[in-house]
Design a protein around this ligand. Structure first.
Ligand SMILES: [Zn+2]
Length: 196
């Protein structure tokens, strides 16, 4: 592909912006074909001119505010439910691993925890927002590591009012609602970082 073709592609991508409308090739005028990679990332291709346009990444900001807020809750709740299920599996595995070899078992336990967290958020980001996610093991591990640390901090902060007023139902309920929203907000914003 020559320099002129590269600049044509750049112009097309800039003019395309956030829309995902079918396109006709600006060089030959024929309709471009839609192709999807195995990660679900779509692109438009003109085989005659050998031009490929990747569909632009989405962001949570593409959604109007009225649709964004409920989606944060959905993201947070789905994430929390999946995490709870896998956490039970994880606790059993870590007990087993520690029984085999205490310290090594603990390290392996954390080594599998981060890809679990990253994997869940990758799936949920795709389902709730339609993101095209990077899904190599390294990406999922790093994604899970960062998300785990941030959510741990959030959880510890949210624990303060619950510890201060133990057994207080309104505070427990408000904490749950705030936690679902924050899980979704943080999960979605971090998910954007690992978009393809
Ligand atoms: Zn063409």
């Amino acid at each position: 592909m020559g320099d002129s073709n590269n600049s044509v592609i750049r112009d097309l991508q800039e003019s395309w912006g956030k829309s995902r409308e079918p396109r006709s090739c600006s060089v030959c005028g024929k309709p471009m074909q839609y192709m999807e990679s195995n990660t679900g990332k779509g692109s438009w291709v003109c085989f005659d001119c050998n031009i490929t346009l990747k569909t632009p990444s989405r962001s949570t900001g593409d959604f109007p505010f009225s649709k964004r807020v409920p989606r944060y809750f959905v993201h947070g709740i789905v994430f929390a439910v999946l995490f709870l299920l896998l956490e039970i599996f994880w606790i059993f595995s870590i007990v087993f691993l520690v029984m085999i070899g205490s310290f090594i078992g603990l390290i392996i336990g954390f080594a599998i925890l981060f890809p679990i967290v990253g994997g869940i958020n990758t799936v949920v980001s795709k389902l709730v927002w339609g993101f095209y996610m990077k899904s190599s093991l390294g990406d999922i591990f790093l994604h899970g590591f960062v998300l785990f640390i941030v959510l741990l901090i959030v959880d510890l902060v949210l624990l303060i009012p619950v510890m201060a007023y133990p057994g207080n139902l309104p505070i427990t309920v408000v904490r749950f609602i705030v936690a679902c929203f924050l899980y979704g907000l943080i999960g979605a914003r971090l998910g954007e970082v690992w978009e393809e």
